[in-house]
Design a protein around this ligand. Structure first.
Ligand SMILES: C[S@@+](CC[C@H](N)C(=O)[O-])C[C@H]1O[C@@H](n2cnc3c(N)ncnc32)[C@H](O)[C@@H]1O
Length: 442
């Protein structure tokens, strides 16, 4: 193992890299550069002032402005066709649609697909209507029987004070009686208040219980969210934003590892996306309250959903014949398996293996469906386990090159710390968050 000085002017510490990781760093160094100005845009924080996107805090989203930036760099035109294979709340679709570019997104998490499908519905709501409906719901809620929710999921039994939970279930049932599109818009606002009404907080990779935290009253927070949504309805008009034209905004609840049933209008020419990160991230835990209120009926469905997502989480099951699909992954998996006892979770080698198996399958599908000459911008984090840095940006790039893409640039957007335990043990060595740019040859 060699110690390499970390790329980046302000970094003085060293980082352990396996031989394979080092080879990758050398191979891609000429195409790697820093553009730390983008650092602000690779996280959802950049959406704080963006109408509609600010109404639901999808923590894994990137900023609207990042998508705009890459649409510019790719010289996107209305004749293009944008695809986001991990579309989350629909940031890419919203930015594309505001330039009159048709877009399609796929996401496996029903909450994400729901939000992405609901954003265009806001354009159908006249200003003032949400306030009126809220007042009607307020008088309806006390006599509405509580909606059934997935109470066999443990977190649901401790997340809320009993009275608040009862109130939320009545709100949910009352909202469900509305007609579309008001129903979906209110459901989105309702999902956004579950965290403040609970003792939980979405914190890094975890949904943490904060028993001491005061919980908000559903009607108070929902009233506030309705006012914010009303502001946004005026704001999008002031900005001149247009409702997407019919058929130009499609969201599929599906798996990007198999795009065979996705109804593409034609082969997409631009991809702007960000996959789950290989850092033990489990979307079904972070969003379990939202899922249990609407998208799953019980724990078995929640668990089945967990196992249908890309395997970025620690419960990932590795098939008997699955092996690391890249030598840099194999190298770190071997190192980590030898140190299984020291790992804070012995399943990390299996997670890394399955994550890259899944990403290779996703890249193969993109290669199959994209138009010749298509451009891809993919935002991704490197990860670090036991002091070894895994250059996810470079591994994915080499895998993409092997599948027939060409890596044109690796743009370092920011340097990040890793988990607090790791920083405690190994010192504050940050990892990269990069935008990798690939092209499908013509
Ligand atoms: C980093 S987030 C993308 C966020 C998005 N860029 C946005 O602005 O909202 C990654 C997304 O991948 C989704 N995902 C996980 N497994 C998937 C799969 N197999 N197919 C499609 N999407 C998946 C997650 O639900 C999550 O929404």
């Amino acid at each position: 193992m060699k110690q390499l000085p970390l790329l980046g002017s302000q970094m003085s510490e060293t980082l352990s890299l396996g031989q394979e990781a080092r080879r990758l760093e050398e191979k891609y160094a000429p195409r790697m550069r820093e553009e730390l100005r983008l650092g602000r845009l690779v996280s959802y924080v950049g959406n704080r002032d963006v109408p509609l996107l600010r109404l639901y805090r999808y923590k894994e989203a990137f900023a609207f402005q990042l998508v705009e930036e890459f649409l510019d760099r790719f010289d996107a035109k209305p004749e293009d066709y944008v695809f986001d294979p991990f579309c989350g709340m629909g940031t890419t679709l919203l930015a594309a649609s505001q330039r009159g570019i048709p877009a399609i997104g796929v996401d496996r998490l029903p909450l994400a697909a729901f939000i992405a499908r609901t954003l265009p519905l806001f354009f159908e709501i006249p200003p003032g209507q949400l306030k009126t409906i809220f007042a009607q719901l307020l008088s309806l809620v006390p006599q509405t029987p509580p909606a059934s929710v997935a109470m066999d999921v443990a977190i649901m039994r401790v997340a809320f004070p009993e009275e608040i939970l009862d109130r939320l279930r009545r709100w949910k049932a009352a909202i469900d009686t509305l007609d579309s599109p008001q129903r979906e818009v209110f459901q989105l606002l309702f999902f956004s208040i579950l965290e403040p009404c609970s003792h939980t907080s979405k914190d890094g990779q975890f949904l943490r219980m904060r028993r001491a935290r005061k919980t908000a009253r559903p009607e108070e927070v929902l009233a506030r969210q309705v006012l914010e949504a009303e502001k946004d309805l005026l704001h999008i008009r002031a900005l001149g934003w247009k409702a997407p034209s019919p058929g130009s905004w499609t969201v599929i609840l599906g798996d990007t590892r198999d795009l065979s049933s996705v109804p593409f209008l034609r082969p997409p020419t631009i991809v702007i996306t960000s996959p789950p990160y290989a850092n033990r991230y489990d979307y079904t835990r972070i969003y379990s309250l939202e899922l249990c209120f609407h998208f799953v009926r019980n724990f078995d469905e929640l668990r089945a959903l967990r196992h249908s997502l890309l395997r970025s989480h620690i419960e990932a099951r590795l098939g008997p014949s699955e092996a690391p699909p890249h030598p840099a992954v194999q190298e770190i998996v071997e190192i980590l398996r030898k140190r299984r006892d020291q790992l804070n979770n012995p399943k990390i080698p299996d997670m890394l293996t399955s994550y890259f198996v899944d990403m290779r399958q996703a890249i193969r599908e993109w290669q199959r469906v994209l138009a010749p000459g298509a451009r891809i911008a993919l935002v991704v984090d490197d990860v670090r386990f036991e002091g070894y840095m895994l250059p996810v940006d470079l591994i994915l790039s080499e895998m993409a090159d092997a599948e027939g893409f060409q890596t044109t640039e690796i743009i370092i957007a920011r340097y990040k710390g890793n988990s607090s335990q790791q920083m405690g043990r190994f010192g504050r060595v940050p990892v990269r968050e990069s935008v990798v740019v690939w092209r499908k040859p013509t």
